[in-house]
Design a protein around this ligand. Structure first.
Ligand code: 13P
Ligand code: SF4
Length: 412
């Protein structure tokens, strides 16, 4: 049953840009289940999500012709007090103001390597900003220009669900031989959970190293929250049998798995996925190969197993960029990752033919929440001495999440 609720607040700039309904949340309710708030560019806060969606303050109009000049002036006024990090999926209008661009791993390292910057403005999503807060000193403040920039995959693993899964493993005397590994795309409390239990964080560029590290310490891995990255790394890169990977569904009693299945598993994969990368299917790969003879297919490891298996190259956003930079002129590529990045690569490499793997346009809607009006607003507020949208992680969670993050940064 679909339910729609009106929120009382005035329309913000994000709604005006996108030109779609704002101030409305739509809720899908399975009979007898908890409503799932979608918060489509809405306002208010979803307590079940890893982020909030409020944007306090008055945003500049997206049509303001001075936005670029205003961002330039605000950055110049702040000088070395501010450091702007930009994930590769950010819009061009935002990326132009990033001091460093990168994948999740590079950005985490860059945040940790800037002790002199008083403010880290993170143009990315909430879990990345949380990790930056954990990896920086107490004197530094991390700002996410729009709190609506969450990640639907990170929202698929809530702490209470993960604790229930661990309790189940414990009941079966399996917890002691299981090492938890969480993808960077998870909330700080999941990273804290993993750090407390001797596990590690990984990103798409070091998942294999993290899994090898984990298997040196236990017989099985609980991999959170992206089933695809977990399966792709275990089966394709490490040669683990697909039958040794089981899927734990947090919405089913006992994860939907028998004691025997859990006991025999090498990889317990959490049933989470990225809704953007989930769009790429095997038929997208077959269709482009048929349509464009000689095309090379390059995809992110968050894509499904059959897509990654049918592709020519697989890797993180940083790997995708490097591959295109090193590709010979005249080569032809179909790329399966977020559209802002694919479009930027196509513009930057006119000597190569670069196309989006899916015929249908698809941005990461939460990455896209960070736009120039939000960036200008956040920077100008800092100039005025006000820190807006600060991301903080409580000390206890941060302490253990840092253990798991430091372990990742120290992987051989
Ligand atoms: P990368 O670490 O490859 O940049 O990926 C981050 C992400 O969110 C992909 O969806
Ligand atoms: Fe999350 Fe997918 Fe967006 Fe990455 S692309 S931030 S995994 S929803």
């Amino acid at each position: 049953m679909w339910q729609t609720a009106q929120w009382g607040k005035p329309q913000n700039a994000a709604g005006a840009i996108c030109g779609i309904i704002v101030n409305v949340t739509t809720t899908w309710t399975e009979p007898g289940s908890t409503p799932l708030a979608l918060l489509l560019l809405g306002q208010g806060t979803d307590a079940n999500a890893e982020r909030g969606v409020d944007c306090p303050g008055v945003l500049p109009a997206p049509s303001d012709p001075d936005l670029v000049a205003r961002a330039t002036a605000a950055k110049a006024a702040l000088g070395t007090r501010v450091f702007v990090l930009g994930h590769h999926y950010q819009r061009d209008e935002v990326i132009q103001f990033a001091d460093v661009t990168g994948d999740s791993f590079k950005l985490a390292r860059e945040a940790a390597a800037r002790p002199a910057a008083e403010f880290i403005v993170f143009c990315g999503v909430h879990f990345m900003a949380e990790s930056a807060d954990i990896l920086t000193s107490d004197a530094q403040q991390v700002v996410l220009p729009d709190l609506g920039a969450g990640c639907s995959m990170a929202d698929m693993a809530a702490l209470a669900q993960v604790e229930a899964c661990w309790d189940r493993l414990d009941e079966l005397f399996l917890a002691g031989s299981t090492v938890p590994v969480t993808y960077m795309n998870s909330s700080a409390d999941i990273k804290g959970f993993v750090g407390r239990r001797g596990g590690v964080v990984c990103t798409s560029s070091n998942a294999e190293r993290a899994l090898r590290w984990a298997f040196e310490r236990g017989q099985r891995v609980l991999f959170l929250p992206d089933q695809h990255l977990g399966r792709n790394t275990a089966v394709r890169q490490m040669g683990i049998d697909a039958d040794d990977c089981v899927l734990y569904d947090p919405h089913k009693p006992g994860g939907g798995l028998t004691a025997e299945q859990l006991r025999n598993a090498k990889m317990v994969l959490w049933r989470g996925h990225c809704s953007v990368h989930g769009r790429f299917t095997l038929s997208c790969v077959q269709e482009v190969r048929h349509r464009v003879p000689g095309v090379r297919v390059l995809v992110h490891p968050e894509c499904r197993y059959e897509v990654v298996t049918a592709a020519d190259e697989v890797g993180s956003t940083e790997y995708i960029i490097r591959t295109i930079e090193q590709a010979p002129p005249g080569s032809c590529w179909a790329i399966g990752t977020e559209l802002n990045l694919v479009r930027r690569l196509a513009n930057e490499h006119p000597d190569k033919e670069i196309m989006f793997l899916d015929r249908t346009v698809c941005y990461c809607s939460t990455m896209n929440r960070i736009d120039l009006p939000h960036l200008v607003w956040a920077l100008e507020e800092l100039v005025a001495g006000r820190v807006v949208n600060r991301i903080t992680v409580d000390a206890d969670t941060a302490r253990y999440a840092r253990v798991a993050l430091d372990q990742m940064l120290a992987l051989p």
